[in-house]
Design a protein around this ligand. Sequence first.
Ligand code: NAP
Length: 246
Amino acid sequence: MSDQQGVAIVTGAARGIGKAIALKLANEGKHIVVSDILIDEAEQTANELEKKGIRTLAVKTDVSNADDVHSLIADTVNTFGTVDILVNNAGITKDNLSIRMSEQDWDTVLDINLKGTFLCAQAAAKVMMKKKQGRIVNIASVSGILGTAGQANYASSKAGVIGLTKTLARELGSRNINVNAIAPGFIITEMTEKLSDSVKEEYLKQIPLKRGGTPEDVANAVHFLVSPESSYITGTVINVSGGMVL
Ligand code: NAP
């Protein structure tokens, strides 16, 4: 796979980190499938990406729904003939202390963040295995490594994404499919904008580089993990956290 080629699916790509990843890969000449539960925003993002001279497809996908995921892969193959790269980025938070967390909030976060990552990887791997080539990058979180008070559902889902990444790396390595994870720390997006000032200050105290990250910081790590330069790297977790995790 040369830097200029490839078809990449990015889930949750309408905005935030997913949009930055889609933009980075589009700048490299890859064709982009903009998958998101928000179809209007996904189409808007796809239109912006097409200005880079690449082809795009916007697909409405709830990653926790197996039928939606099946359609995402089928639409991609029908349009572009293949899938080279899958970036599992879609993710949500529904924070509360464990003793107050509802069963529904637990299930929703696990369904989208962990089951959604599994369903997309499973469906994409079936296409990648046939041609013995592929890259899967799962967006985890430092919460899945450190644990975060108030995020039992989210931290558990992201720890699960790391276990899933390592398992898939072992299962798919013989088919030349590399599977890696990125664990972002405190990245400035709509997801973190809603945190209180005191929580943001608390995060900054834990970051040796003394700043929040940008969506582009995460996109740069994805760029590396789908590039030829990382062809001997699989099953790893790259922390993009300004040193929050050492
Ligand atoms: P974001 O701004 O909320 O963007 C996430 C996108 O995913 C949104 O467009 C969202 O749509 C979409 N989405 C939500 N549920 C979905 C579903 N069921 N199926 C498909 N798409 C869905 O979040 P972000 O900050 O960019 O985060 C992106 C990823 O990075 C997530 O996996 C997150 O856990 C991870 N991460 C973020 C940070 C951070 O500091 N921001 C740190 C560590 C890890 P809606 O608007 O409808 O929800």
